[in-house]
Design a protein around this ligand. Structure first.
Ligand SMILES: [Zn+2]
Length: 71
């Protein structure tokens, strides 16, 4: 996985970016729920304007494997 480097908020120009974690929860259907663990997300949030500057998948390899398995 290539590293993502973000130093400035593209929305307000702020440079104070903080990290946060979340879990993707779009639907309660079994199919989505099964994939929820694979969809853990890492957020980069601008502390000046609150915009989510970047969202990355934490378990990228598992996510890719899961998608291949699902066809
Ligand atoms: Zn900002």
């Amino acid at each position: 996985m290539k590293p993502v480097k973000i130093e400035t908020c593209p929305y307000c120009g702020g440079k104070d970016l903080i990290g946060g974690y979340g879990i993707q929860s779009i639907s309660s259907s079994d199919k989505i729920a099964t994939r929820r663990l694979l969809g853990d997300l890492e957020y980069t949030v601008c502390s000046d304007c609150g915009s989510i500057v970047h969202i990355g998948a934490i378990n990228l390899e598992k996510l890719i494997a899961g998608n291949k398995a699902a066809g």
